[in-house]
Structures are given as C-alpha cells and as structure tokens.
Design a protein around this ligand. Structure first.
Ligand code: EPU
Length: 337
C-alpha cells in the first residue's frame, strides 16, 4: 500500500477530466481500508469509487482513497430467492452479468450502468423501470471516524429517486464496503413495460423473454442513446428529472401542451429533463471540448480536453435557459467537486 503524491485522476473519472489528487491510495481489502483510515485521522479525505458520477472542477486537496475491494459470492438461498454479496469495488455491469449468468433475476434492467457496486446505493441508481432499492437487502459500511462496520438495512437507507441517507444524514461519514441483493431464483418478475424494451424484443420476435433477453435489449438501447465513457467522457445523466407540483405543472402544461410528463403521486409530476434541454436547443451542441450528447440531451460530454469548469459552465447555461423558458429548475445529478 503506497500513498502516491500529485496523482492524475484522469483514468479514475468517467468524464476523463485531468484533475489531480494531492495524495492517492488504492485499498484492496477491508483491513487495508481500516489501516488507512486509522492512520490518517487528521487528514482531509476523499473517498473514490468508480468515478462515474462526479465532475471534477478542481484538483482534490486531500488524500483520495480509491475503494478497490473485489469479490462476489452467494451468501444465502432458499427455494425462491438468493442473497448475493458484492464487494464495493466490483464493476457494476460485470456483477449484473454474473447474476444473470446464474439465472438470478432482479438486476437485468440495470445492465450497462457505469460505475462500481459500492456507490450504487448512494444515489439509488436506476434505469428502465428498476431501481437498486427494489432488490437491495443491506449494505455494510465502515465508519470513517472509528473504523467500525455498520450494517444499513433497506429501511435505514431511506431510498428515494436518486436519493439515500448516504447523500444526506450520514454524508462523508461512511465508506460502503459491500452490498447484498436479494434476487429471484424462479418466477422472475420480468419488467419490459418501460420505454423501448418491448419494442426491442419485438424486433427479435421474442415473446417470452428471459433475463438474458431483457439484459440484451437494455444493452442495445443504452448503446444507441448513451455514449460509452471509454470512447467519449461522460457521467450518464448529468441532471435529475425535475419533480414539479401538479398545480404548477398544469399552468406550464397549458403553455406547452406537447410537454412530456409522468404522474408520480396525487400532487406531483416528473418531467423529463432531456426533453426540456432538447426544446431549449442544446441537444448535440458543442462548446469547445464540452458539449451535450447528440442522442440524449441529459448527458454532458467531454470531447477530449475539456476542464470540469468548462463542462460546469455548459451545465449552468442549460439550467438558466431551461428556467427562463419553462420556469422549471433542473438540478445536477452528478456530484460537482
Ligand atoms: N427525451 C427527449 N430528448 C432527449 C432525451 C429524452 O425528448 O434528448 C424524452 C424522451 O423522448 C422520453 C423522455 O424524455 O419521452 C425520457 O427519456 P429516457 O427514457 O431516455 O429517459 P430519461 O428520463 O432521459 C432516465 C434516467 C437514465 C436511465 C433512463 C432509462 C434519470 C436522471 N435518468 O433518463 O439514467 O437510463 O431513464 O431508464 O433519471 C443515469 O442516471 O445516468 C441514466 C442514464
């Protein structure tokens, strides 16, 4: 275990921003994590997972601890369900494929989401009608201050749309070390109602889809809309879909009857930010090396050497224009550092 000085984080964030950590260390076991936390009690720390949900607008003046804990296993099963545990540093998509290959159901709709397993509970990742909270059983996390391991149950995590306790009450207090999911062994709940999944399956004449079929359909759709971070730096959806009070929405909807929306409760509707941004004219626009993806306006991209500040400027311009046009504030989903 070596602490490396002035370390480039370009390969550690999917936006590909060339910012530097004052000091950097990768930990590969829970024991190593405990030692590093214990020995650096009075040091400013920054915990880094897969770097898939952050925009680095400056160097990090701290000791960056890269959580690289590996391993996945079945920890319990009965006739109907299996509990699988993944260490925090496992790549999410490889973990999803590992579960699907064993015919365990529940994660297939979330195929190909970038990032590592350990950060999935933080923002309750989700796609194509599924969210982590639907299959999450519990996670273990190390208390940064005293290095004790605490188990967080699903209820304790307080999951919401891209929200959890890890973004609020216990922010910066814990390092998630492993996550356990409860998956189905039979009677899988195949969910193809969202968006284009059923259309994609129909193209292949699949009427009774398996977990693999659903996963493949999601992979095809994601590849057609979302840029691969290995080819074009990005952090997935840059913004959250805004939730608007129905009473406010009705006034806006009268002015823009073609506006898309989903009812989420008796009093609230969710509006697709991608639609708002596209209407505001930003889809596919490029400002130097920073830009808005041509197939999905929610995704900001780095064409090569954009700085985090340049990408943030584009984000601010989008937010201001959307607010002027629609009176709706859209908030970043990624963490701005
Ligand atoms: N839309 C546009 N223009 C665009 C993008 C979208 O008009 O450029 C419209 C679409 O036509 C559609 C609606 O917006 O009617 C929703 O689009 P889509 O199904 O592509 O999903 P999204 O709401 O834009 C969310 C997640 C994605 C996830 C997809 C699919 C958020 C912030 N984003 O996007 O998550 O993959 O649904 O489930 O909730 C991520 O978080 O990084 C991410 C990619």
């Amino acid at each position: 275990m070596n602490i490396l000085p002035h370390f480039s984080l370009k390969k550690h964030n999917t936006f590909g921003i060339d910012a530097f950590a004052k000091k950097f260390i990768a930990v590969h076991t829970v024991a190593e994590l405990e030692i590093v936390l214990n020995q650096n009690q009075n040091t400013e720390l920054f915990i880094l997972g897969g770097g898939s949900n952050m925009l680095l607008t400056q160097d990090i003046d701290a000791l960056v601890i890269h959580v690289d804990l590996k391993g996945k296993k079945i920890i319990k099963e009965n006739d109907d369900f299996v509990w699988v545990e993944s260490q925090a540093g496992e790549n999410w998509h490889e973990f999803v494929l590992w579960t699907i290959n064993q015919d365990f159901g529940g994660l297939e709709n979330m195929s190909l989401i970038p990032g590592n397993v350990g950060t999935t509970p933080v923002q309750n990742i989700g796609a194509y009608g599924a969210e982590i909270k639907d299959t999450f059983a519990y996670c273990e996390a190390m208390n940064i201050e005293n290095q004790e391991i605490k188990t967080f149950t699903k209820d304790e995590c307080n999951f919401g749309y891209r929200e959890s306790i890890f973004k609020h009450e216990v922010k910066n207090q814990f390092v998630i070390t492993s996550v356990v999911f409860k998956l189905t062994k039979k009677n899988h709940k195949i969910n193809i109602s969202y968006g284009d999944i059923s259309g994609e399956l129909a193209k292949k004449n699949i009427t009774n889809p398996t977990l693999v079929d659903v996963s493949n359909a999601v992979i095809t759709i994601r590849k057609s809309k979302l840029p691969d971070p290995k080819e074009l730096g990005n952090s997935g959806s840059f913004f959250k879909n805004p939730i608007v009070l129905k009473s406010d929405f009705e006034k806006i909807h009268q002015r823009f009857p073609e506006m898309k929306f989903y009812e989420i409760s008796d009093t609230e509707v969710k509006v697709p930010a991608g639609w708002l941004i596209e209407q505001a004219g930003f889809k596919g626009k490029r400002f130097g090396d920073a830009g808005v993806h041509k197939n999905q306006a929610l995704v900001l991209v780095n064409y090569g050497n954009a700085t985090g500040k340049e990408i943030l400027n584009v984000a601010h311009e989008i937010q201001d224009t959307v607010f002027k046009l629609f009176g709706i504030r859209i908030e970043a989903e990624v963490n701005i550092i």
